[in-house]
Design a protein around this ligand. Sequence first.
Ligand SMILES: [Fe+2]
Length: 143
Amino acid sequence: MLIQIKEKKKLIAGLNQALAWELRAYAMYAHYAAYVKGLEGLTLKSHFAEEAAESIGHAGKVRELLALLEAEAGTTRDDKPIVHTDDYRLMLEEALKTEETAARHYQKLLPLAKDHPVFMHTLMHIFMAELNAVEEAKALLGR
Ligand SMILES: [Fe+2]
């Protein structure tokens, strides 16, 4: 499939950065879903599990875009350490930082994809989901 996109190299690099960040987000949320406990655990366990699933979904979409570009998708997660804790507030702080970074990644990709409606649509959709997740994390932190 021939896709005319200016700055294709930049887009590929950015998509791979976003993919690695999604894989890290998956690992972080799956980890926190296992360790959250107490009263908070009743609601946060399923919240973290849903966010883990959403990260896998986003990773899948980004991988497909890379395949459309005939580029090689990365298979490893971003190496920024995941903070181990059983303090649910710290988990939510880490979740907020993770979602803010994800939103920044997609925001950066949008101008690179503007010539291609399919890329634009997919990336905008994920970007909106990240913004939503930022707000959700803030709300859970009582901000
Ligand atoms: Fe995501």
